[in-house]
Design a protein around this ligand. Sequence first.
Ligand code: HMG
Ligand code: MG
Length: 296
Amino acid sequence: STIAEVAICEVGPRDGLQVEDQIIATEDKITFIERLANAGLDTVEATSFVSPKWVPQLADSAEVFAGVRHLKRVHLPVLVPNERGLDRALAAGVESIAVFVSATESFARNNLNTGWQEALAAAERVTSVAQTSGLHVRGYVSMCFGDPWEGRVPIDDVLSVARRLFAAGCSEVSLGDTIGVASAGHVRELLGRFTAEERTRLALHAHDTYGQALANVLAGLDSGIRIFDSAAGGLGGCPFAGSATGNLATEDLVWMLEGMGIRTGVELPSLVEASSWMADLLGRASPSSVVRALSA
Ligand code: HMG
Ligand code: MG
Protein backbone atom coordinates (compact mmCIF):
# COMPACT_ATOMS: atom_id res chain seq x y z
CA SER A 1 0.00 0.00 0.00
CA THR A 2 1.20 3.53 -0.66
CA ILE A 3 2.04 6.01 2.07
CA ALA A 4 0.59 9.47 1.46
CA GLU A 5 2.19 11.48 4.20
CA VAL A 6 4.79 11.36 6.95
CA ALA A 7 5.25 13.71 9.92
CA ILE A 8 8.70 15.13 10.58
CA CYS A 9 9.74 16.36 14.01
CA GLU A 10 12.55 18.85 13.38
CA VAL A 11 14.98 18.77 16.31
CA GLY A 12 17.82 20.96 14.99
CA PRO A 13 17.35 23.94 17.32
CA ARG A 14 17.37 21.57 20.31
CA ASP A 15 19.24 18.30 19.64
CA GLY A 16 21.30 20.09 17.01
CA LEU A 17 22.49 23.04 19.02
CA GLN A 18 22.73 21.47 22.50
CA VAL A 19 26.05 19.86 21.61
CA GLU A 20 27.73 23.01 20.25
CA ASP A 21 30.31 24.69 22.49
CA GLN A 22 30.18 27.95 20.61
CA ILE A 23 27.19 29.83 22.01
CA ILE A 24 24.78 30.90 19.27
CA ALA A 25 23.11 34.28 19.89
CA THR A 26 19.49 34.11 21.03
CA GLU A 27 18.32 36.16 18.04
CA ASP A 28 20.05 33.71 15.67
CA LYS A 29 18.29 30.78 17.32
CA ILE A 30 14.99 32.61 16.83
CA THR A 31 15.81 33.30 13.19
CA PHE A 32 16.77 29.64 12.70
CA ILE A 33 13.42 28.43 14.05
CA GLU A 34 11.55 31.00 11.91
CA ARG A 35 13.39 29.83 8.81
CA LEU A 36 12.63 26.18 9.57
CA ALA A 37 8.95 26.99 10.03
CA ASN A 38 8.96 29.01 6.81
CA ALA A 39 10.47 26.03 4.99
CA GLY A 40 7.28 24.14 5.83
CA LEU A 41 8.29 22.15 8.91
CA ASP A 42 5.24 22.05 11.16
CA THR A 43 6.90 20.69 14.30
CA VAL A 44 10.13 22.32 15.44
CA GLU A 45 11.54 21.31 18.82
CA ALA A 46 12.58 24.75 19.94
CA THR A 47 14.78 24.39 23.02
CA SER A 48 15.17 22.65 26.41
CA PHE A 49 14.27 23.82 29.89
CA VAL A 50 17.13 21.81 31.37
CA SER A 51 19.78 22.92 33.84
CA PRO A 52 21.94 25.66 32.26
CA LYS A 53 24.87 24.14 34.19
CA TRP A 54 24.41 20.95 32.18
CA VAL A 55 23.58 22.51 28.79
CA PRO A 56 24.89 26.11 28.70
CA GLN A 57 23.93 26.51 25.02
CA LEU A 58 20.23 26.36 25.90
CA ALA A 59 20.33 28.62 28.96
CA ASP A 60 18.29 31.17 26.97
CA SER A 61 15.32 28.84 26.47
CA ALA A 62 12.73 31.27 27.87
CA GLU A 63 13.97 34.08 25.60
CA VAL A 64 14.07 31.81 22.55
CA PHE A 65 10.55 30.58 23.20
CA ALA A 66 9.28 34.12 23.74
CA GLY A 67 10.77 35.03 20.36
CA VAL A 68 9.03 32.25 18.43
CA ARG A 69 5.72 31.61 20.19
CA HIS A 70 3.88 33.99 17.86
CA LEU A 71 4.66 31.70 14.89
CA LYS A 72 1.45 30.30 13.45
CA ARG A 73 0.79 26.76 12.25
CA VAL A 74 3.92 25.36 13.90
CA HIS A 75 4.14 23.20 17.01
CA LEU A 76 7.04 24.20 19.22
CA PRO A 77 7.69 21.46 21.78
CA VAL A 78 10.44 21.89 24.36
CA LEU A 79 12.39 19.35 26.43
CA VAL A 80 11.67 19.18 30.15
CA PRO A 81 13.83 17.05 32.52
CA ASN A 82 12.05 17.58 35.85
CA GLU A 83 9.33 19.55 37.72
CA ARG A 84 11.54 22.63 37.74
CA GLY A 85 11.74 22.48 33.96
CA LEU A 86 7.98 22.04 33.68
CA ASP A 87 7.37 25.12 35.84
CA ARG A 88 9.71 27.15 33.66
CA ALA A 89 8.06 25.83 30.48
CA LEU A 90 4.58 26.65 31.77
CA ALA A 91 5.70 30.13 32.77
CA ALA A 92 7.03 30.61 29.24
CA GLY A 93 3.64 29.63 27.79
CA VAL A 94 4.58 26.38 26.05
CA GLU A 95 1.81 24.05 24.85
CA SER A 96 3.84 20.96 24.15
CA ILE A 97 6.69 19.30 26.04
CA ALA A 98 8.90 16.26 25.73
CA VAL A 99 10.11 14.22 28.70
CA PHE A 100 13.12 11.95 28.25
CA VAL A 101 14.31 8.76 29.87
CA SER A 102 16.83 6.07 29.04
CA ALA A 103 16.40 2.36 28.38
CA THR A 104 19.73 1.87 30.17
CA GLU A 105 21.03 2.61 33.65
CA SER A 106 24.38 4.02 32.44
CA PHE A 107 22.88 6.70 30.23
CA ALA A 108 20.31 7.70 32.86
CA ARG A 109 23.25 8.34 35.21
CA ASN A 110 25.23 10.28 32.61
CA ASN A 111 22.36 12.30 31.14
CA LEU A 112 20.11 12.89 34.16
CA ASN A 113 22.40 12.14 37.09
CA THR A 114 20.01 9.53 38.46
CA GLY A 115 19.04 5.89 38.01
CA TRP A 116 16.70 4.88 35.19
CA GLN A 117 13.92 3.89 37.58
CA GLU A 118 14.09 7.28 39.30
CA ALA A 119 14.26 9.06 35.94
CA LEU A 120 11.24 7.14 34.69
CA ALA A 121 9.28 7.91 37.86
CA ALA A 122 10.16 11.61 37.49
CA ALA A 123 9.09 11.60 33.84
CA GLU A 124 5.80 9.95 34.81
CA ARG A 125 5.14 12.65 37.42
CA VAL A 126 6.00 15.46 35.00
CA THR A 127 3.80 13.88 32.31
CA SER A 128 0.84 13.64 34.62
CA VAL A 129 1.10 17.24 35.86
CA ALA A 130 1.66 18.50 32.31
CA GLN A 131 -1.40 16.65 31.05
CA THR A 132 -3.51 18.15 33.80
CA SER A 133 -2.30 21.55 32.60
CA GLY A 134 -3.51 20.67 29.09
CA LEU A 135 -0.09 20.17 27.52
CA HIS A 136 0.72 17.70 24.76
CA VAL A 137 3.45 15.35 26.01
CA ARG A 138 5.92 13.36 23.94
CA GLY A 139 8.17 10.82 25.64
CA TYR A 140 11.67 9.99 24.46
CA VAL A 141 13.38 6.70 25.17
CA SER A 142 17.14 7.02 24.64
CA MET A 143 19.59 4.18 23.93
CA CYS A 144 16.96 1.94 22.33
CA PHE A 145 19.50 -0.05 20.32
CA GLY A 146 23.02 0.29 21.67
CA ASP A 147 24.55 2.06 24.65
CA PRO A 148 28.19 3.23 24.79
CA TRP A 149 28.70 1.65 28.23
CA GLU A 150 26.40 -1.37 28.06
CA GLY A 151 26.46 -2.47 24.42
CA ARG A 152 23.37 -3.95 22.77
CA VAL A 153 20.23 -2.98 24.65
CA PRO A 154 17.65 -5.70 25.45
CA ILE A 155 14.45 -5.17 23.44
CA ASP A 156 12.33 -6.03 26.48
CA ASP A 157 13.83 -3.06 28.36
CA VAL A 158 12.92 -0.68 25.53
CA LEU A 159 9.39 -2.07 25.29
CA SER A 160 8.72 -1.75 28.99
CA VAL A 161 10.05 1.82 29.23
CA ALA A 162 8.08 2.94 26.16
CA ARG A 163 4.89 1.34 27.49
CA ARG A 164 5.35 3.02 30.87
CA LEU A 165 5.53 6.38 29.05
CA PHE A 166 2.36 5.64 27.06
CA ALA A 167 0.62 4.56 30.25
CA ALA A 168 1.73 7.76 32.01
CA GLY A 169 -0.05 9.81 29.33
CA CYS A 170 2.52 10.48 26.63
CA SER A 171 0.57 10.74 23.39
CA GLU A 172 3.65 9.89 21.38
CA VAL A 173 6.87 8.03 22.19
CA SER A 174 10.05 8.59 20.21
CA LEU A 175 12.55 5.72 20.11
CA GLY A 176 16.06 7.15 20.15
CA ASP A 177 19.08 5.61 18.50
CA THR A 178 21.12 8.09 20.50
CA ILE A 179 24.53 6.99 19.24
CA GLY A 180 23.45 5.91 15.76
CA VAL A 181 24.44 2.25 15.99
CA ALA A 182 21.13 0.69 14.91
CA SER A 183 20.80 -1.12 11.62
CA ALA A 184 17.70 -2.06 9.68
CA GLY A 185 17.27 -5.59 11.00
CA HIS A 186 17.43 -4.42 14.60
CA VAL A 187 14.89 -1.66 13.87
CA ARG A 188 12.48 -4.20 12.35
CA GLU A 189 12.95 -6.55 15.27
CA LEU A 190 12.25 -3.85 17.88
CA LEU A 191 9.27 -2.32 16.07
CA GLY A 192 7.80 -5.75 15.41
CA ARG A 193 7.45 -6.26 19.16
CA PHE A 194 5.05 -3.32 19.49
CA THR A 195 1.38 -3.60 18.56
CA ALA A 196 0.11 -2.01 15.33
CA GLU A 197 -1.81 0.52 17.42
CA GLU A 198 1.32 1.45 19.38
CA ARG A 199 3.26 1.88 16.16
CA THR A 200 0.87 4.64 15.04
CA ARG A 201 2.04 6.62 18.11
CA LEU A 202 5.75 5.82 17.86
CA ALA A 203 8.43 7.99 16.28
CA LEU A 204 11.92 6.96 15.21
CA HIS A 205 14.76 9.27 16.30
CA ALA A 206 17.84 8.41 14.28
CA HIS A 207 21.40 9.67 14.63
CA ASP A 208 23.61 9.06 11.62
CA THR A 209 26.90 8.10 13.30
CA TYR A 210 27.30 4.91 11.26
CA GLY A 211 25.52 6.21 8.14
CA GLN A 212 22.54 3.92 8.76
CA ALA A 213 19.89 6.51 9.51
CA LEU A 214 18.03 6.49 6.17
CA ALA A 215 18.10 2.71 5.98
CA ASN A 216 16.64 2.65 9.47
CA VAL A 217 13.91 5.09 8.45
CA LEU A 218 13.03 2.81 5.54
CA ALA A 219 12.82 -0.14 7.93
CA GLY A 220 10.63 2.05 10.16
CA LEU A 221 8.32 2.95 7.26
CA ASP A 222 7.98 -0.74 6.35
CA SER A 223 7.11 -1.46 9.98
CA GLY A 224 4.34 1.16 10.07
CA ILE A 225 6.13 4.16 11.60
CA ARG A 226 4.89 7.52 10.25
CA ILE A 227 6.72 10.02 12.49
CA PHE A 228 10.45 10.63 12.07
CA ASP A 229 12.81 12.97 13.91
CA SER A 230 15.64 14.74 12.10
CA ALA A 231 17.77 17.86 12.35
CA ALA A 232 18.26 20.46 9.64
CA GLY A 233 21.67 20.08 8.05
CA GLY A 234 22.44 16.99 10.16
CA LEU A 235 23.30 19.03 13.23
CA GLY A 236 23.48 17.42 16.57
CA GLY A 237 24.61 14.85 19.00
CA CYS A 238 24.38 14.46 22.72
CA PRO A 239 26.83 16.11 25.10
CA PHE A 240 26.46 13.18 27.51
CA ALA A 241 27.05 10.39 24.98
CA GLY A 242 30.45 11.15 23.48
CA SER A 243 30.15 8.71 20.60
CA ALA A 244 26.98 10.30 19.20
CA THR A 245 27.31 12.40 16.06
CA GLY A 246 24.69 14.35 14.18
CA ASN A 247 21.04 13.52 13.82
CA LEU A 248 19.71 12.26 10.52
CA ALA A 249 19.68 15.39 8.31
CA THR A 250 16.17 16.62 7.55
CA GLU A 251 17.24 17.30 3.96
CA ASP A 252 18.31 13.66 3.49
CA LEU A 253 15.01 12.48 4.97
CA VAL A 254 12.92 14.81 2.80
CA TRP A 255 14.84 13.84 -0.35
CA MET A 256 14.17 10.15 0.27
CA LEU A 257 10.51 10.56 1.22
CA GLU A 258 9.62 12.90 -1.65
CA GLY A 259 11.46 10.53 -3.99
CA MET A 260 9.14 7.79 -2.75
CA GLY A 261 6.10 9.98 -3.48
CA ILE A 262 5.47 10.67 0.21
CA ARG A 263 4.44 14.23 1.06
CA THR A 264 6.35 16.08 3.77
CA GLY A 265 5.24 19.67 3.15
CA VAL A 266 8.87 20.76 3.28
CA GLU A 267 10.34 23.11 0.69
CA LEU A 268 13.83 21.76 0.22
CA PRO A 269 15.57 24.87 -1.21
CA SER A 270 14.47 27.03 1.76
CA LEU A 271 15.51 24.34 4.20
CA VAL A 272 18.95 24.00 2.59
CA GLU A 273 19.36 27.78 2.81
CA ALA A 274 18.51 27.73 6.53
CA SER A 275 20.95 24.89 7.19
CA SER A 276 23.73 26.52 5.18
CA TRP A 277 23.18 29.76 7.07
CA MET A 278 23.51 27.90 10.40
CA ALA A 279 26.58 26.02 9.13
CA ASP A 280 28.19 29.40 8.34
CA LEU A 281 27.43 30.63 11.87
CA LEU A 282 29.05 27.49 13.28
CA GLY A 283 31.97 27.84 10.86
CA ARG A 284 31.65 24.27 9.61
CA ALA A 285 30.07 22.69 6.53
CA SER A 286 26.94 20.58 6.92
CA PRO A 287 27.66 16.82 6.86
CA SER A 288 24.44 16.23 4.88
CA SER A 289 24.95 14.85 1.37
CA VAL A 290 21.74 16.52 0.18
CA VAL A 291 22.74 19.92 1.59
CA ARG A 292 26.11 19.63 -0.14
CA ALA A 293 24.57 18.54 -3.44
CA LEU A 294 21.90 21.25 -3.47
CA SER A 295 24.15 24.10 -2.37
CA ALA A 296 26.94 23.26 -4.81
P1 HMG B 1 21.55 17.60 38.94
O1 HMG B 1 22.83 18.36 38.92
O2 HMG B 1 21.58 16.19 39.42
O3 HMG B 1 20.36 18.27 39.73
O4 HMG B 1 20.96 17.67 37.46
P2 HMG B 1 20.24 19.41 40.77
O5 HMG B 1 18.84 19.32 41.22
O6 HMG B 1 21.36 19.30 41.76
O7 HMG B 1 20.41 20.74 39.91
C1 HMG B 1 21.64 21.30 39.55
C2 HMG B 1 21.44 22.77 39.30
O8 HMG B 1 20.58 22.97 38.17
C3 HMG B 1 20.74 23.48 40.46
O9 HMG B 1 21.20 24.82 40.44
C4 HMG B 1 19.28 23.45 40.05
O10 HMG B 1 18.54 24.49 40.62
C5 HMG B 1 19.37 23.64 38.56
P3 HMG B 1 22.11 25.37 41.66
O11 HMG B 1 21.31 25.12 42.88
O12 HMG B 1 23.37 24.51 41.60
O13 HMG B 1 22.33 26.79 41.29
N1 HMG B 1 18.26 23.03 37.85
C6 HMG B 1 17.61 23.63 36.83
N2 HMG B 1 17.73 24.85 36.29
C7 HMG B 1 16.91 25.16 35.27
N3 HMG B 1 16.00 24.30 34.77
C8 HMG B 1 15.84 23.08 35.28
C9 HMG B 1 16.68 22.70 36.37
N4 HMG B 1 16.79 21.58 37.09
C10 HMG B 1 17.75 21.80 37.99
N5 HMG B 1 14.95 22.23 34.76
C11 HMG B 1 19.20 17.59 35.84
C12 HMG B 1 19.74 17.01 37.11
C13 HMG B 1 18.07 16.72 35.36
C14 HMG B 1 18.71 19.01 36.10
C15 HMG B 1 20.34 17.61 34.79
O14 HMG B 1 20.92 16.35 34.73
C16 HMG B 1 19.89 18.05 33.42
O15 HMG B 1 19.48 19.17 33.20
N6 HMG B 1 20.03 17.15 32.43
C17 HMG B 1 19.64 17.43 31.05
C18 HMG B 1 20.61 16.79 30.15
C19 HMG B 1 20.23 17.07 28.69
O16 HMG B 1 19.66 18.08 28.36
N7 HMG B 1 20.60 16.12 27.81
C20 HMG B 1 20.36 16.22 26.42
C21 HMG B 1 18.93 16.01 26.08
S1 HMG B 1 18.48 14.29 25.96
C22 HMG B 1 18.98 13.81 24.35
O17 HMG B 1 19.66 14.55 23.69
C23 HMG B 1 18.46 12.51 23.79
C24 HMG B 1 17.33 12.70 22.77
O18 HMG B 1 17.75 13.52 21.69
C25 HMG B 1 16.87 11.34 22.24
C26 HMG B 1 18.02 10.45 21.77
O19 HMG B 1 18.82 10.87 20.92
O20 HMG B 1 18.06 9.33 22.31
C27 HMG B 1 16.12 13.37 23.42
MG1 MG C 1 18.97 12.81 20.02
